[in-house]
Ligand binder design. Structure first.
Ligand code: KIV
Ligand code: ZN
Length: 505
């Protein structure tokens, strides 16, 4: 059974508190969604602003494969804005629950029904494809909901959508009202589920099983409050879980992670690490029991293979680590300790873990090199001093002192801020040994207040295509960024030197 994926990242997703995109940014996301293979893109709500109309127009003219749709209330003015944006597909909605009618719209049920019919007829008379939504459908009186959907079907709507506007439905009830809707409209039915109780994907699946054929979703589950059903979770659940029928979508699942990262960076909303499919930890393993299982057969602790969604598995050593995972990490760098050395390395790793810290692969290699007395895997670059100055009316400036293989280097540089200045100064030195470029820099705040902990993630690449990512947590943004950078440089240089030593051996 083919499921139509209607992506509303650019409309409902943009309603995430704190998110506002420029027309150019919206176009970039639309292109990514199109490449991912979504069937329809809700590009925006044209009536809300000139910029929104401009964005929708840009997307409408971008020659994408996906159908492009815009949102409109059941009013002529909103539908005219859709036409003015050069769209030929409108998603029009009016609330039908008594709570919304009484406290928001101040309309009777009959008045709302009339407006719904009028706007469907108006949009159809202008040649638009129409998808009608009864907002807050799941809290609408069930008989009235059937009456509304039957009436808009009669008025000529092409599709109907069932919004669980405040994520209030259970899967069972959602299935029941979906069956009602299919029965009274005989039209293609979409489901639009919000995640207030964490049930958005489950409710969407229940709707699809009950006869709906399209799901409204967003990348990373972005959306008002707790968000919408997440595209990546729904698509992978449909593809991988056991159902009585086989579901198919047009999504190129290998692009899911890349698309998630792209959207997260552009909208400035970080993805929680334990988020299914696209969270940083979704394919990471630390405990000894799990890594042992994974190394024997990944299916033991990975329900899907990471490559399927464009990701790679990673291991972390820490206090829960076991021999197998640790050896696999060392093996990745070509390091093979003997049995006694293995136990000594593991003891050191666990001691660090017991102090509440995690061990990066650079630290692991440095411990291994100390115990094994090996050359080539020691911590090559060490920061031995740095200072920054910044303020108003002065250009941010940094001084760094770095020791590389026992030799001291100094550099100073300017930047747009103290972090940029410090990273520029570091690159001035390390660039002489290995051309390392910062591909991505991300700063997240872990706790609130001006003394919050921050987390810096840096992705680096050298001239030979060696890519690494490093993370550092601390109280001072500049120091934490510098530490992440130095860790990353060590990692990239280790990768390079270990590759060279393997080639030479
Ligand atoms: O959640 C909702 O009810 C909506 C409507 C605009 C359909 O997003
Ligand atoms: Zn919504």
């Amino acid at each position: 059974m083919r499921v139509r994926i209607f992506d509303t990242t650019l409309r409902d997703g943009e309603q995430t508190p704190g998110v506002a995109l420029s027309p150019e940014q919206k176009l970039l996301i639309a292109k990514k969604l199109d490449a991912l293979g979504v069937d329809a893109i809700e590009a925006g709500f044209p009536i809300v602003s000139d910029g929104e109309r401009q964005a929708v127009k840009l997307i409408a003219h971008a020659n994408l494969n996906a159908e492009i749709c815009g949102l409109a209330r059941t009013s002529k003015k909103d539908i005219d804005a859709i036409i003015d944006s050069d769209l030929s597909y409108v998603h029009t909605f009016i609330a039908t629950s008594d709570i919304h009618l009484q406290y928001k719209l101040k309309l009777s049920r009959e008045q709302a029904l009339e407006k719904a019919i009028e706007s469907v007829e108006y949009a159809k008379s202008h040649g638009l494809q129409v998808e009608f939504s009864a907002e807050d459908a799941t809290r609408t009186d069930r008989e009235f909901l059937k009456k509304v959907y039957a009436a808009v079907a009669k008025a000529g709507t092409d599709r109907v959508n069932i919004p669980d506007t405040v994520g209030y439905s259970t899967p069972q009830y959602f299935a029941e009202i979906t069956k009602d809707t299919v029965e009274v409209t005989k039209l293609p039915v979409s489901v639009h589920c919000h995640n207030d109780f964490g049930l958005a994907v489950a409710n969407s699946i229940a709707g699809l099983q009950a006869g709906a054929e399209c799901a409204h979703v967003t990348i990373n589950g972005l959306g008002e409050r707790a968000g919408n059903a997440s595209l990546e979770e729904l698509v992978m659940a449909l593809q991988c879980l056991q159902f009585d029928k086989k579901w198919e979508t047009n999504i190129n699942t290998k692009l899911l992670y890349d698309t998630s990262r792209f959207v997260s960076n552009l909208v400035g909303i970080a993805v929680q690490p334990n988020k299914a499919i696209v969270g940083e930890n979704a394919f990471g393993h630390e405990s000894g029991i799990h890594t042992h299982g994974i190394l024997n057969n990944p299916l033991t602790y990975e329900p899907i293979s990471p490559e399927l969604v464009g990701r790679t598995r990673w291991f972390q050593v820490g206090k829960h680590a076991g021999v197998h995972g640790m050896l696999a990490m060392l093996e990745d760098y070509g390091v093979k300790p003997n049995e006694e050395q293995t136990h000594q390395i593991l003891d050191r790793v666990k001691a660090i873990g017991d102090q509440g810290k995690h061990v990066t692969d650079v630290e692991l290699l440095s411990i291994a090199s100390e115990i094994m007395g090996e050359r080539g895997i020691k911590r090559i670059v060490q920061l031995t001093g740095f200072s920054v100055s910044t303020g108003i009316g002065t250009m941010p400036y940094a001084f760094v002192k770095i020791n590389i293989d026992g030799k001291d280097y100094f550099a100073t540089d300017y930047g747009v801020g103290p972090v940029d200045a410090a990273l520029n100064a570091i690159q001035k030195i390390t660039g002489k040994i290995s051309e390392v470029r910062v591909k991505e820099y991300r700063l997240d705040s872990i706790s609130g207040g001006s003394d919050a902990l921050c987390e810096v993630t840096i992705k680096l690449e050298d001239a030979y295509g060696n890519k690494v990512s490093s993370k550092s947590i601390g109280e001072d943004i500049v120091t934490t960024s510098v530490q992440a950078m130095i860790d990353g440089i060590n990692r990239v240089m280790l990768k390079k030197s270990l590759k060279e030593s393997k080639v030479g051996s």
